[in-house]
Design a protein around this ligand. Structure first.
Ligand code: ATP
Ligand code: MG
Length: 360
């Protein structure tokens, strides 16, 4: 059993210990979906029974599309003639979106401001102002919003509206109380940390304690400056840069990733570290010296933003349905590979994920 108490007997994570041990430092063994399509598809079929709460920084992604026809007479900047606008779920809200699209039962907990962007975010989440579940309204901060102005397929400018200060103790307590009220219905808790103020040290300490009591695994999509908060969580999913920075390791080659993954796992005392590596796929560290590499398949790549949200969302659903860490990582890698190859969507459905296993 892992060093922390979240994986109880009977919980899927309790069955992950029986992997073949490899001497540490050995080149990573490769894992692939080949030959595992049938098993993996059975987990996907069970996604609708899984209930995942996503807690973290809710972000509204705002896109403004238009044409540039001239340079402004006021300043040396292009004038964009706006043709359309679009709002999308970002940050923790996009993890929620991914779980929902995959067919899982998703719940969301975070903060919005008392503003239009907040109302828009609630609407996009499919929630009402009244009965908005775990979404708290803090009138002291604006809803975190990123606006991208795009002309002729090129980003002209991005502007962010946000206040990144930590939630007050009152709002932190409300978050904790919400999680507490939901825990016994949950198969997994995801913390999606974008360092916009929701995830704090005391909040994480309380969450890990509560989740451990209930045997609910916690998955964290981390921010480098918050790594010390994540002690005792079940899995962290940093990308390669976050992993090497958090571990204080130089470089980005296999050796550096192995060192970073090992250091992080030991330092946090978590069961596993899943390092996402962009076009190189991912590396899973799940025991002393037990490490697996999962390559991506060559495919057309359109848009890699949000792939990390797909990874943690899929991982949560797979673990919740009883898959072990390796199978869960395989599914997460498969889902992320599909998402980066799609134009204009940041999610995949369970059906698309299942079908992609068939065709390799
Ligand atoms: N160019 C690519 N080709 C194939 N798969 C990719 C590519 N980029 C990302 N992926 C898939 O997406 C996963 C997550 O990507 P990445 O490591 O870039 O995460 P990230 O930096 O957290 O992303 P983001 O923060 O933009 O959501 C990878 O592990 C891989 O499965
Ligand atoms: Mg990320």
């Amino acid at each position: 059993m892992g060093p922390m108490g979240t994986a109880r007997k009977g919980h899927p994570l309790a069955r992950t210990g029986n992997v073949g041990r490899r001497p540490s430092g050995e080149v990573q063994a490769a894992l692939d979906v080949d030959g595992r399509a049938r098993e993996l598809r059975q987990y996907i079929e069970r996604f609708p029974q899984a209930s995942v709460l996503v807690l973290g920084d809710l972000i509204l992604d705002h896109y403004v599309w238009g044409r540039v026809t001239r340079i402004s007479p006021e300043a040396p900047v292009p004038v964009v003639h706006v043709e359309s606008e679009e709002y999308k779920l970002g940050g923790a809200a996009n993890v929620f979106n991914n779980i929902h699209a995959l067919g899982g039962q998703a719940d969301i907990c975070g903060v919005v401001g008392s503003d239009d962007a907040g109302r828009c975010l609630l609407r996009e989440l499919g929630l009402k102002r009244k009965g908005r579940g775990g979404v708290i309204i803090d009138p002291e901060r604006p809803t975190t919003r990123k606006t991208r102005v795009v002309a002729h397929n090129q980003q002209v400018v991005r502007f962010d509206v946000e206040r990144r200060h930590e939630l007050t103790a009152l709002y932190q307590r409300r978050i904790i109380r919400y999680v507490e009220s939901r825990l016994r219905h949950l198969s997994c808790l995801v913390v999606s940390d974008y360092a916009k103020g929701v995830v704090t040290g005391p909040l994480m300490a309380e969450l890990t304690r509560l989740a451990a009591e209930r045997g609910v695994p916690i998955l964290v999509d981390p921010k480098v400056e918050h790594f010390s908060f994540y002690k005792g969580v079940t899995v962290v999913t940093p990308n390669h840069l976050e992993a090497t920075q958090a571990a204080g390791v130089r470089g980005d080659d296999d050796q550096a990733i192995v060192e970073a993954g090992t250091v992080i796992r030991q330092r946090l005392g978590c069961q596993a570290v899943l390092v996402t590596r962009g076009e190189k796929g991912m590396s899973l560290f799940e025991g002393d010296g037990v490490q697996w590499h999962i390559p991506t398949r060559a495919r057309q790549v359109y848009d890699v933003t949000g792939a990390g949200d797909t990874v943690v969302g899929t991982l949560a659903l797979a673990l919740a349905t009883g898959a072990n860490l390796r199978d869960s990582a395989l599914l997460a890698n498969q889902a992320a590979g599909l998402v980066v190859g799609m134009v204009g969507t940041a999610t995949v459905t369970g059906k698309q994920l299942g079908a992609s296993l068939e065709h390799g």
